[in-house]
Design a protein around this ligand. Structure first.
Ligand SMILES: *Cc1c(COP(=O)(O)O)cnc(C)c1O
Length: 485
């Protein structure tokens, strides 16, 4: 335990700012009033807000302490499966904060925004090259928003071809946002069961694909951490009935420079710049979910689109078949700058190496923990591996108990109870940026916890023990978010 990063020293209690407020305290000193005092019209200003009265040092300490309670990838390992919580190099933050980018205003117009437009144009080209598609939009604000944009394009494609379809195939290993996006487009989701080895079987698709089915939404690599190796055959079956293949590319971190989704039968794919391409995330945004498409879907891309004419870049909006605008202006520009900086600084070889390392690290975790936790699918994985609590259930210990205990060892817990196809799932995504030492500490912690499940299950059931607060009622915390206790 002494080797673990978790600690409990020097953690302060932190009351609310209002509790520390003392009448008359103030964080600034203004020069003495040298003009006549005038009362403001109360009917215009209303009552002054009830703000706490504090010294500057009160405020600085308050927020600095709160920031120390926070946990992020910059403070420790964050092996949250399906989220790619990798370290984001600070150079990408520096580029996004450059004044020319940070203070660019969308209403400046194309003429005064040439640098920003050029960056976006080039980023579209890079993403097209990385994914193997013909055209890209950077507008969607998140992965799920990219899915919606992509599904709207599939919807528009079928409408244009004269006959709308009513259903969409969604495997049981798809991300939960997939059926939600399909439903928003008016499609009925048909749940498809994966085979015994965690991937789709072409026969299952052939049995249900018909001419009233708009297509399939495949998460690849899927949420159990496997590459859908029958994807080409599946795409052929879907295409033969006039359907389209939507690829959820949020797991691109496993396959950059190795597989181009545009070359294996996928027609439209979204990426998560905030997962794969270096933007800190987990705090609720902003994100960016660009969508890449094949030629046949290009006319449906959202407007505005960026065009290059001679050496000038401009936005165009006169695209007859477009699904229209899906974001104000052109999406979250700051995230695009980070992704552009990341791609340029990594280079093609660097991106490929990142994916290979992400896969190697996940397989190392899988092999190291496979006797400790039950491994429902014992075969090589991609960038994440899924265990469950079957071995621990006989001591009445669950995935939740183990996840909570990991907090005492200084680790953010992995993803729990997802994907749904694995009972009691415990899903680990170490990412390429963790060193062997950190990963070994994590493995050591999980092994110690599994041992405790046998020797002291009562203690484990009450974990965490070293955190500021111990086990919380999560349902109430979500339903009644009251911060005053
Ligand atoms: C994260 C994720 C999404 C959703 O992305 P958001 O940016 O959170 O909307 C969709 N699919 C997969 C596979 C993901 O991992």
């Amino acid at each position: 335990m002494s080797q673990q990063p978790g600690t409990s020293g020097l953690i302060f209690n932190e009351p609310q700012l209002w509790d520390k407020s003392r009448k008359g305290r103030c964080a600034m000193s203004l020069p003495k009033l040298d003009v006549e005092r005038v009362e403001l019209d109360k009917t215009l200003t209303g009552d002054p807000p009830d703000l706490p009265q504090l010294f500057e040092l009160d405020v600085v300490r308050h927020y600095t302490r709160l920031s120390q309670w926070n946990f992020g990838v910059d403070s420790g390992m964050y092996p949250l499966g399906s989220c790619t919580m990798k370290y984001n190099p600070k150079t990408n933050e520096v580029q996004a904060a450059r004044q020319g980018f940070a203070s660019a205003h969308p209403l400046s117009g194309d003429e005064f925004s040439q640098g920003a437009l050029e960056l976006m144009f080039n980023l579209e080209q890079y993403l097209a090259q990385i994914t193997g598609f013909d055209a890209v939009t950077l507008q969607p604000a998140a992965g799920a928003h990219g899915e919606l944009a992509g599904m709207l394009m599939i919807h528009a494609y079928h409408a244009k071809n004269g006959k709308q379809r009513s259903k969409i195939l969604i495997p049981d290993t798809a991300h939960g946002t997939n059926p939600a996006s399909a439903t928003l487009c008016g499609y009925e989701s048909i749940n498809i069961k994966s085979g015994p080895d965690g991937i789709l079987e072409p026969g299952t698709i052939a049995a249900v694909m018909d001419e009233d089915t708009a297509g399939i939404m495949v998460t690849n690599p899927n949420t159990v951490g496997f590459f859908e190796s029958n994807i080409k055959k599946i795409a052929e079956i879907v295409h033969s009935k006039g359907g389209l293949v939507y690829g959820d590319g949020a797991n691109m971190n496993a396959i950059m420079g190795i597989v181009k989704p545009g070359e294996i039968g996928i027609d439209v794919l979204h990426l998560n710049l905030h997962k794969t391409f270096s933007t800190p995330h987990g705090g609720g945004g902003p994100g960016s979910g660009p969508v890449a498409v094949v030629k046949a879907l290009e006319p449906f891309l959202p407007i505005p689109r960026i065009k290059k004419e001679l050496d000038t870049y401009k936005f165009i909006t006169d695209c007859q078949d477009t699904i229209g605008r899906i974001h104000t202006y052109y999406g979250h520009f700051g995230i695009m700058v980070r992704a552009y900086s990341y791609i340029l600084s990594m280079g093609a070889k660097g991106l490929e190496d990142a994916s290979k390392l992400a896969v190697l690290n996940a397989n190392y975790v899988k092999e190291s923990l496979k006797g400790t936790l039950n491994l429902p699918y014992d075969k090589p994985c991609m960038h994440e591996c899924v265990f469950n609590d079957k071995f621990q259930n006989k001591y009445h210990i669950t995935t939740m108990d183990m996840a909570k205990r990991l907090l005492d060892y200084g680790f953010h817990p992995p993803t729990v109870y997802f994907p749904l196809v694995v009972d009691g799932a415990f899903m680990v995504e170490p990412t390429e940026t963790e060193s062997k030492e950190y990963i070994d500490q994590f493995i050591h912690a999980v092994k110690a916890i599994a041992k405790e499940a046998k020797t002291n299950p009562e203690k484990l059931k009450k974990a965490p023990h070293l955190t500021k607060v111990t086990r919380l009622d999560e349902v109430s915390a979500a339903r009644k978010p009251c911060l005053c206790g």
